[in-house]
Design a protein around this ligand. Sequence first.
Ligand code: OOB
Length: 550
Amino acid sequence: MLAGCVEWPDEVAAEYRRKGYWRDETLGGLLRRWAAEYGQRTAVVRGEVRWSYVELDRRADRLAAGFAQRGIGSGDRVVVHLPNIPEFVAVCFALFRLGAVPVFALPPHRSAEIRYLCEYSAAIAYVVPESHAKTDYRLIAAGVVSTVPSLRHVFVVGDPGEFTALADVDAEPAAVPEPGPADVAFFLLSGGTTGLPKLIPRTHRDYAYNVRITADNAGLDVDTTYLAVLPAAHNYALGCPGVLGALSVGGTVVLADSGNPDEAFTLIEREKVTMSALVPPLALLWTDTATERDLSSLRLVQVGGSRFEAAPAARFRARFGCVLQQSFGMAEGLLSQTALSDSAEVVDSTQGLPLSPDDEVRLVDADADADADADADADAADVAVGEVGHLLVRGPYTIRGYYHAPEQNQRDFTPDGFFRTGDLARRTPEGRLIIEGRVKDVINRGGEKVAAEEVEGHLLAHEAVREVAVVAVPDAVMGERTCAFVVGRAAVGAAELKEFLRGRGLAAYKLPDRWEQVESLPRTAVGKIDKALLREQVAAKVSRASASSR
Ligand code: OOB
């Protein structure tokens, strides 16, 4: 395994292999097998572009050979910053085959996030589209390349400007040393339990298992046409079961730019889409959007990423007449989903069962303090069935540590290897999970995670800001939005602060939705900023405002 990653203990690894969870397979090798089995069937569709399995496999090989010629090989980190386009899939498999390790940036990320990811991973290459969503990504690349010495290559899908066109990365496939099943296949980003996102190493064999169990639980088969509306670079749409799940059974992946109903409904009708995965705000939007399109091909829709309430869940089922699957998951691993056979009541009100028989889930009675240390949880008692506890997990597809983050690992993992998810949950007598909230300092903005500390750090860099606290505000559509409480040294307006954050290259979804200028911030007895009180204050204000506007 790559230096800086935490292995599963040998005896645990042996057990996971013995039970057949972990097999001697790599993601790059799997595509070879799928191409042999599904040949000319359509693997990937985007607009007018359609690639068969054979075509995808061939492209991955040629790209891999081209990357190898440019000196990219085993263990090298490559920041992949692509939207949902076929090249994303080809680049991933090319890198998987070389044993090079994609670091998956999300499409809305901008220079602040990209610089951080390149530095943290010591990436040697960065892959971007020419432009996307009205942004010229080559400008992001230019800014980052000049400040990150490890970066040797920028590959661009489309007009490369000063960089290298991905289309020119092409060579006759040659035999290259391939990675092993225990090697790191790629890095996902954490939603952030504290501070900046951490890199999550996922190995070939643990992720192959992740894909297999989610594809099974969603009943995928050769007739599956999966519509990817969420970023394929995010765990949920990548492999839960997502793009890789659909490919693993010979299905077809239709790539979309967004879940915008206009685009999505058109694609569902045209491609006879059978399945998709949404976050709750999109599920609400789909439910409330009238359409002339024929959506009758839809058999299954997953909703997850943030809490989906029972009432909208029921409305969604009634509107689309398809199976709904609640999906609770995390880039670190654990997945809990309802089953296709579950009753409407179970689907509407729970997040189902953890997917592996060897997911060891504990709900412990830690006091709801984000700073409680890992040792406290390890010793804490399990709560009774039905009671809310702090969710801890370890298992065959849950990491044992973040990449190069010994201090964070000390906090986020117990000494016996359980990951402290930062989520609060309770369990039904059947073992189903119901996610009730969280203790980590993250705002879940309709599935997009905003780490409070990250935004606070940027705001504190403004000379007029003395103190700041970023907290969640309840929101009917997004579940939560962000609110920044600012104590100024000098008068400074929200517009200026937003512009300042943009100027620092922060992704737009992290810009606070609401601003409160205050004289001081409340403190707890031990002198920390009392975020619980701030959340209450702003929630009360918002509910008063909405009551008076009714
Ligand atoms: C998914 O992954 P991440 O890594 O972006 O975020 C994980 C966190 C969880 O720890 C939890 O706080 C929240 O997102 N979450 C949910 C949820 N699904 C995720 N909270 C309530 N209800 C749900 N259904 O978000 C993710 C990864 C794979 C599949 C699905 C979602």
